[in-house]
Design a binder for this molecule. Sequence first.
Ligand code: ATP
Length: 298
Amino acid sequence: MELNLTQVSKTYPNGVKALDNINLNIKAGMFGLLGPNGAGKSTLMRTIATLQEPDAGKLFLEDINILKNKMKLRQVLGYLPQQFGVYSKMSAEKLLYYFADLKGIASASEKKKMVAYALEVTNLTEVKHKHVAGYSGGMKQRFGIAQLLLNNPKLIIVDEPTAGLDPAERHRFLNVLREIGTNNIVILSTHIVDDVKELCTDMAILNGGKILSKMSPTTAVQNLEGKIWTTITDRDGEVELAKNYNVISSSFNQDNSLNVRVFSEVKPHENFTLATADLNDVYFVHLKENEDATTLKA
Ligand SMILES: Nc1ncnc2c1ncn2[C@@H]1O[C@H](COP(=O)(O)OP(=O)(O)OP(=O)(O)O)[C@@H](O)[C@H]1O
């Protein structure tokens, strides 16, 4: 199973270039699409899900030409949009039966099997008689996964599903994704680095409509080993450091001092110690490089 995107571009009528020549190859497993707000993630997800057209480019799922054969793609697609609003006073189970009808599952026994499976995988069996309107945010998101599983999709797209979930609900939600992510392509779009770190075997960083990097999170972190340095300073110190070094991130300590992380091939200064690189560093290094390149061009 493979999804291939070639030279996909989209400019909105207001002039915003949301997708700028995207080339991507995604194989079975959990794929993280990581990027800040406005990066173009939703535009890309909606384009793959056949909900909007690009200006240029080709999209194939195996031999399905997505732009030319939308219905065929939709038959194997499970999509959870960024805003999934089900505020129904129907029970989760009844609503899933309703969705199963909409998806054209005709056989009663097949329907029963799929609804039971979807409730089970998403841990909603015990609350299947409750109104979806009364569900917590996390339960609603899991219900969103339950509904997309009904047609046994091969390509699953979830657009920023963990934003707004509390840590326990987020954890439960990620476990559900982990469960369904083995045989299918699951694309998780997110601005939360930890979502990708905990779950994904492959990832891409998107910003300004461009893919800045595509590799496995493990390789990406390994590539930074020995190049992330840290020191403790204060706000003024950070401003000074930023003039001479490639500061990629900083965080406050309890005593209000700042932990600054710098990307450098060699030890920047004797006050720095080598840090263990992590996926946040990967994310910030790429965003910073892109920002610097854009500034240089402007
Ligand atoms: N219908 C539209 N018309 C004009 N501009 C749009 C439209 N939809 C999105 N944009 C712009 O395109 C860019 C990419 O937006 P998109 O929603 O794809 O990004 P995103 O990465 O999903 O961000 P977010 O996390 O904020 O949803 C942004 O600058 C956005 O303002």
